[in-house]
Design a protein around this ligand. Structure first.
Ligand code: ZN
Length: 436
């Protein structure tokens, strides 16, 4: 795929929503040579290669997902950089940040460079690496944090695993703090979650599955906030699942600590009851919890405590998900359906409005990963032309035809949505157009 934009594109008569600048007005957007040349009314369409009539549509900065698993290198039967970024642009994303649980582990400059160069060759959108904080994500020895930082890693995490040792966690905070990037924690206390497959509650009792209490997440958040006191590394909580965790984050933020948190579509929309009907299709890490947790997370978004949305796109082959509850892997995919599901959970329920939703999907994740300094997550004249054109009033039902990545493991098939990304432009080139 060529990355050199040759065309000029004019997006006409669209509602431009750019939360970074506060812009929310109907205008035209002119793109030339991969950058935004103008955002204003009445731009002439002479000498333009492509005109997009976006009447009734919304144009936003390209969406950014700071938490995806592209499975590349190592598990490319599930997903790879080409297929994962194809799913991303189908979902309106122009930037994704991939997690380090690859094989080999994303803990060296070589793997950071491999991902960068493969994304440039075959990727449909921008890909940035979140590198491991410890070698092999084993929590024993520090990884090459400063070298990976220099090579372009946009954050650090052992995602898939927690950093179990408090001593190692403190060292990681000190090391990552020097880079100015964020450490992103997968919050799972291990002694409370051994062999656990689902939330501890009435459903786990009924089905007899080994259960996973909320406190396993809360303990790690509390521990990390305490360990980070005085170090002040930017601390980000991944895929928050417990309603109680929202209060812990709120308290730390009010105390002035640099703490952020993300929520995923599934924790905002379905509960542990889904395991009864869907089985392993609803097996996640952290697990789906109860209705009040879901409501507390939504309210956490409305109250400005959770400021980032992330899919935790986790592709798995159907054969693996067909195994027993104990043996099947955790996780679901999420890129193609994310916008519709977030909208259903947060906007249709009246928790936030559309511009706020766009903020949580653009400038906020850009800031988390220091990408705002590259002009990403916003619409600015002379800035990169990463733009998502959304139909805010488009009814559709999620089917396997909409899933363009390699894996189809998602519990939302058949769900109706009312908003859809229609055209995804990255670096001034149309990378995806929904044919409907
Ligand atoms: Zn995780």
């Amino acid at each position: 795929m060529t990355n050199t934009p040759q065309t000029t594109i004019l997006i006409q008569n669209t509602r431009v929503i750019d939360p970074a600048s506060g812009m929310d007005q109907v205008a035209d957007v002119l793109i030339e040579q991969g950058v935004i040349k103008a955002i204003e009314s009445g731009i002439s369409d002479s000498a333009v290669d492509k005109v997009i009539d976006a009447t009734g549509m919304v144009a936003t900065p390209g969406l950014i997902d700071p938490h995806v698993h592209l499975r590349d290198p190592g598990q490319t039967h599930k997903e790879d950089i080409e297929s994962g970024t194809k799913a991303a642009v189908a979902g309106g994303f122009t930037t994704v940040c991939c997690m380090p649980n690859t094989d080999p582990c994303l803990d060296t400059v070589e793997v950071v460079e491999y991902i960068q160069s493969k994304a440039e060759q075959v990727g449909h959108c921008r890909v940035f690496s979140v590198a491991a904080a410890t070698i092999g994500r084993k929590g024993q020895e520090l990884a090459a944090i400063s070298q990976c930082d220099q090579a372009g890693a946009v954050g650090f995490s052992d995602d898939g695993d927690v950093i179990e040792s408090a001593a190692m966690m403190r060292t990681v905070f000190q090391e990552v703090q020097r880079t100015g990037k964020a450490f992103m924690q997968h919050c799972q206390e291990l002694t409370l979650t051994k062999n656990a497959t689902m939330h501890e509650g009435e459903v786990s009792k009924k089905l007899g599955h080994i259960s996973w209490p909320r406190v396993a997440e809360e303990l790690i958040i509390e521990r990390d906030i305490m360990l980070n006191t005085g170090i002040n590394c930017r601390y980000h909580i991944q895929h928050m699942s417990s309603g109680n965790s929202v209060h812990l984050v709120d308290r730390a933020q009010k105390a002035g600590q640099p703490v952020t948190a993300e929520a995923s579509p599934h924790h905002l929309l379905i509960t542990h009851k889904a395991i009864e009907t869907l089985g392993t299709a609803a097996k996640m890490n952290p697990p789906l919890r109860e209705a009040w947790d879901m409501e507390a997370l939504r309210k956490g978004v409305a109250d400005g405590i959770i400021t980032i949305l992330a899919t935790d796109h986790a592709p798995h082959h159907a054969d693996e998900k067909a195994k027993s509850m104990a043996q099947a892997p955790f996780g679901i995919i999420g890129l193609e359906s994310a916008l519709g599901l977030y909208h259903k959970a947060l906007v249709q329920t009246g928790h936030i409005d559309l511009p706020k939703l766009i903020e949580l999907l653009t400038i906020n994740p850009a800031k988390l990963c220091n990408l705002d300094s590259q002009g990403l997550g916003k619409l600015a004249v002379d800035g990169p032309a990463d733009i998502t054109i959304i139909d805010p009033d488009h009814k559709w039902t999620l089917s396997t035809d909409d899933l363009v990545g390699k894996s189809k493991n998602i519990p939302f098939l058949g769900w109706e949505m009312t908003i859809r990304p229609m055209i995804t432009i990255m670096n001034g080139i149309v990378r995806h157009e929904s044919i409907v």
